[in-house]
Design a protein around this ligand. Structure first.
Ligand SMILES: Cc1ncc(COP(=O)(O)O)c(C=O)c1O
Length: 458
């Protein structure tokens, strides 16, 4: 065993932080930042509150950083459901072996998801769900005989669909793509709608229309007979909660239908209540051909995901040539069933919709006069505060202003995250109004203090 250099650079930071510095890889964290600030070791969570090693508590407005934690910490019902399932029958393999809760969950997902989606393949997370969806699309096009040569997938600038090579090939966010290229051949990226600013300086609606029309041109350019699918997040996370204008996805659906291109909607981050509906697709009245889910499927209590397809897509294939060892783990199915039952019983989707509207309005009003806030937008329990160094030109900050605000919020006991030009909050659906009010107060104070310290007057 060798002592890591990182450890010697950060002496006396506590036993577990010290151990983490020696032995843990910090995925997607800037090493210099971790060396400066140390890793965050949390020891307990209750409801929306997290406690760290020093006993300091935080309001976790990020749903455990990844926005997966939709029901808060310490949910005994989910923990018991998982425990009991693991004791009863934790796992029986994959292929055509199932534990009974997986089958019940598949039926439940068929009921909850929009349109004809009714065939479910379970996996361990979002990237695997996307891999599964891409392979379903390609195999369907070939084996159904509709497009025997189709292998191309179209995705969008700034999309995030995951970290594995297939999902990464349709990903353009977080700086993860270029270092791993070349990716899977046949993927191309087109512009997708954004709010507040876009590279062409168009109005939001005009840009969204341009982006939808771009899909048609890209399909024609690539050769419709070669294009298997188009993949999109219904609300893109890049630079914070990009809610498209209402006409965008219906037009996308129309174009996909015209050219027999499957529409894969990636609901990994938006599914199970984040946007004030079970699925964000509902806001736009579209039914995808394939949908991917993960994260809040289990409220973060067990790693699980799924790809859910139209029945004819699956039935066109004699065999779907794809498998994961942990497809259909009993623990994940039990967690998901318990999560869905709690959301239904406690009206959490509706609560998230109402509290999300309250939170957004309160933030908009508290930040209205800030010289560094360009746009406050959101949908359901998901908000972004987009910052600008110059409201006239909408120029984003090129320094660490967003990170400085998030650090100040953390010091004041509220956890948020930077996301490109913005910072973001995604509170659990159980968050109460007084907690949201506290988050708004801390946000406003932190934004104003950082702006003043950097020479921006009120
Ligand atoms: C829209 C979307 N798709 C896919 C993924 C990948 O999921 P995972 O990290 O569980 O592999 C993410 C993760 O953030 C996501 O937001």
């Amino acid at each position: 065993m060798t002592a890591s250099d990182d450890r010697s650079l950060r002496p006396n930071i506590g036993e577990f932080a010290d151990m983490a510095m020696q032995h843990c890889i910090f995925p997607l964290a800037d090493r210099a930042g971790v060396l400066r600030d140390g890793p965050n070791i949390f020891v307990e969570g209750r409801g929306v509150e997290l406690k760290d090693q020093e006993g300091k508590t935080y309001l976790d407005m990020m749903g455990s950083h990844t926005r997966a934690n939709s029901l808060g910490y310490g949910c005994e019902e989910i923990a018991r459901a998982v425990y009991e399932q693991l004791l009863q029958l934790h796992y029986v393999g994959t292929v055509d072996n199932f534990v009974e809760p997986s089958v019940r969950l598949a039926e439940k997902l068929a009921q909850l998801t929009p349109g004809d989606l009714s065939k479910v393949m379970f996996v361990s997370g979002g990237s695997e769900a996307v891999e599964t969806a891409l392979k379903l699309a390609k195999q369907y096009q070939v084996e159904s005989g509709r497009k025997p040569r189709a292998y191309k997938i179209i995705s969008r600038w700034n999309a995030y669909h995951g970290a594995t090579m297939g999902a990464l090939s349709v990903t353009d966010w977080l700086g993860t793509r270029h270092i791993s290229e070349p990716g899977v051949p046949g993927t191309t990226l087109i512009p997708g709608p954004t709010r507040y600013r876009n590279p062409f300086g168009m109005a939001d609606d005009e840009y969204a229309e341009f982006c939808a029309n771009y899909l048609e041109q890209q399909i024609l350019h690539e050769g419709p007979e070669l294009v298997a699918a188009f993949i999109a997040e219904p609300v893109m996370q890049a630079n914070g909660v990009q809610v498209p204008p209402s006409g965008y996805f219906p037009r996308i659906r129309e174009i996909c239908d015209r050219y027999d291109v499957l529409l894969i909607i990636d609901e990994v981050i938006t599914g199970f209540g984040r946007t004030g509906a079970w699925f964000a697709s509902e806001h736009f009245g579209i039914s995808p051909d394939i949908m991917t889910v993960a994260k809040a499927l289990t409220a973060g209590y067990f790693p699980a995901g799924a790809a859910i397809a139209r029945p004819d897509i699956v039935e066109a294939m004699p065999m779907f040539r794809h498998v994961h060892t942990f497809s259909g783990h009993g623990g994940g199915a039990a967690a998901a069933l318990a999560n869905i039952a709690i959301c239904e019983r406690d009206g959490l989707i509706e609560k998230g919709e109402e509290n999300g509207a309250f939170f957004l309005e309160a933030l908009q009003s508290a930040l209205r006069d800030s010289p560094i806030v360009g746009d406050v937008r959101g949908i359901g329990m998901w908000v972004a505060i987009d910052l600008t160094a110059d409201p006239e030109t909408k120029a984003p900050f090129t320094d660490d202003t967003a990170a400085a605000i998030v650090r100040a919020m953390r010091t004041n006991g509220v956890l948020a995250s930077t996301i490109g030009t913005a910072f973001e909050m995604a509170p659990p659906l159980i968050t109460e109004r007084d907690q949201l009010e506290q988050a708004v107060a801390v946000t406003a104070e932190s934004v104003h203090n950082v702006a003043a310290a950097r020479g921006f007057g009120r």
